[in-house]
Design a protein around this ligand. Sequence first.
Ligand code: HEC
Ligand code: HEC
Ligand code: HEC
Ligand code: HEC
Ligand code: HEC
Ligand code: HEC
Ligand code: HEC
Ligand code: HEC
Length: 428
Amino acid sequence: MKTFKTALAVGAFALLATAATAVIADDCIDCHTKVSPGMVQDWKASEHSKNDVTCSSCHGAKHTTAEDSKSAQLPSEEVCAECHQEQFDSFAMGKHNFGWTALNAIPATHMAPDELIEGGRGCGGCHNMGIKSEAQKKDQLEKGYRYQTNSCDECHTRHTFSKKEANSPRACQQCHMGYDHPQWEMWSSSKHGARYFAIQNGDLPKSAVAPTCQTCHLPDGTHENHTAWGFLGVRLPLPEDKQEAADRVTILKALGVLDPETGEPTAILDAVKAVDMARLDQASWEKERTKMLKTCTQCHSETYARVQLEMGDSILGKADRLMAEAIETVAALYKEGIIKKPAGYPHNYPFLLSFMHTNGAAWDKDLDKLSFIDQVLLRMYMKHRMRAYQAFFHVNPDYAYWYGWNMMTEDLGEIKELAKTMRATHKK
Ligand code: HEC
Ligand code: HEC
Ligand code: HEC
Ligand code: HEC
Ligand code: HEC
Ligand code: HEC
Ligand code: HEC
Ligand code: HEC
């Protein structure tokens, strides 16, 4: 109701400001019915068309002919906020709002072809989440990329801008899938997903329950999405168990946030903090965990749910034992001078945030060709460790074991073999 009133107010203001609004809107639709009929059809199916939110409400009225289409404004999230302030504000507090900034904080991003970043068909296709700063917009335009200006249409696809579509777990699939974050695959083949599809198929009554991504991550219409562990699966304070604490420190060194020599925090830690990549104190971690646990108790007993979540924490600790051993094996080769520090690496130490298995192709000017053993280490972290613990939280046995834990043990074996061979064949 509140949004509707705002919409009316803005609509009335627009009408006063440009008396010709109605005429212009019709012009847009007339011409675009010929130029891009599918788009007009989509808009006609939207709540916007029923509420006099027309083409010019979002694109302005400066472009009026086939030749001047570059004068059309491509609306940023601020344009949506004129009528949907509440959703804009909660989106702005969430993790999605860091998508573009986090992507650009990774050095390797700038070694990838622009088509895959600003062009939106690689990292940038999924990380086009987040309200861009003026500097970020300028940078994008200077590189010659004009589109990808809006995050809201990632879940409410233009030009239907539907609430129902965004409430479907399919709305998350495009990005939450694949190599390092197969949440779609894990959820859809878990008991939770199977039941959701059974309800959809009519195999179970509509009144049966099954949680979707939105149930657990965007409850009660919020657009703010944080989790306790987050993507990297590290946090502070360190665990009480001595071995587990030592293993996490090893991983923090390989993430570059602690100096491998001194153990002191580095500038990379500031970058990680700036995009809220990890929870850095007990309270902020517990706040998210408590919220999640409350969601589980819509359907499960609290004890049952707590036991499940704590197993996830525990498997992460065990996965970190394997991970730390692998890092230490590769780090020893750096120390002995068998691997030469790649130019883009912050320390003479393995670097997990390099993200890419770069092969020294023409465009990665700043990063030397990575050794194969480094590539195996990246794969172990990005692909298999992610799966080992993410699957626990998404209740998926196969991902937790075969695609996760089991593959980590295989990676560790490979790394140890490779290290042996490298030592044996190294010319002093
Ligand atoms: C006389 C026909 C005509 C009218 C009137 C018209 N458009 Fe267009 N518009 C086009 C054509 C043709 C293109 C595609 C140009 C191209 O492919 O490069 C276009 C492209 C666009 C684009 C995409 C711009 C881009 O950078 O790719 C937007 C947005 C747009 N129109 C919105 C509008 C709005 C809003 C109105 C009314 C204010 C409007 N159009 C009126 C013909 C028209
Ligand atoms: C609620 C806001 C909104 C309304 C209303 C709206 N658009 Fe858009 N439109 C967008 C957004 C957001 C984009 C994506 C911009 C980007 O990628 O940078 C877009 C992109 C476009 C594009 C370029 C992308 C493509 O697929 O060609 C065209 C053309 C366009 N709109 C035309 C129209 C026309 C015609 C209407 C009216 C029938 C209309 N829009 C109504 C928000 C809107
Ligand atoms: C000029 C005001 C205005 C602008 C600008 C605007 N909207 Fe809307 N929007 C409305 C109105 C009015 C409704 C229908 C009533 C309601 O749901 O509040 C609506 C409804 C919606 C809905 C719910 C649709 C449904 O299926 O129930 C979504 C989602 C939405 N808008 C997204 C957007 C996005 C994203 C943008 C920016 C690209 C945007 N809107 C820009 C006024 C606007
Ligand atoms: C298929 C979509 C997709 C592609 C392609 C993609 N990402 Fe991501 N990225 C995501 C999602 C989704 C997350 C959050 C996953 C999670 O928390 O499990 C994420 C998380 C991240 C994070 C951590 C952000 C944080 O704050 O926790 C960084 C950094 C990142 N990606 C960088 C990249 C880089 C660099 C590339 C290209 C080499 C890339 N991504 C390609 C979807 C994608
Ligand atoms: C990650 C996916 C996602 C993104 C991105 C997203 N939304 Fe939504 N949005 C949702 C979901 C899910 C709902 C349904 C919430 C509900 O059922 O109450 C929703 C609901 C809405 C509604 C309808 C509210 C109502 O109760 O009628 C509006 C308006 C809206 N979003 C606007 C926006 C705007 C503006 C943005 C960008 C700042 C945005 N959304 C970005 C997922 C998303
Ligand atoms: C039954 C609730 C539930 C459902 C359904 C669910 N998740 Fe999760 N999700 C979790 C829990 C629990 C965590 C771990 C939270 C923590 O760190 O304590 C998590 C973590 C995440 C993370 C952070 C990284 C990770 O995987 O641990 C992302 C991203 C995510 N979920 C996305 C999704 C997507 C997308 C879907 C739907 C395809 C989905 N989730 C379905 C409960 C759920
Ligand atoms: C256009 C791609 C895209 C879509 C669609 C998308 N996400 Fe995301 N999501 C991302 C990216 C990228 C990140 C990491 C953001 C960052 O860098 O901090 C992310 C992060 C998250 C996180 C936070 C994980 C953490 O680190 O704590 C959750 C939870 C999440 N998404 C849930 C969802 C849900 C639920 C949906 C569907 C309603 C959805 N996302 C739709 C790209 C997407
Ligand atoms: C909307 C209801 C709902 C919510 C919320 C929900 N679940 Fe479930 N969950 C179910 C149903 C229904 C089943 C299948 C019957 C059963 O095992 O109780 C299930 C099954 C499970 C299973 C057993 C899976 C298997 O393969 O046997 C686990 C573990 C589980 N849920 C954990 C969780 C956790 C942890 C949360 C919160 C992060 C959660 N669930 C949230 C409804 C829900």
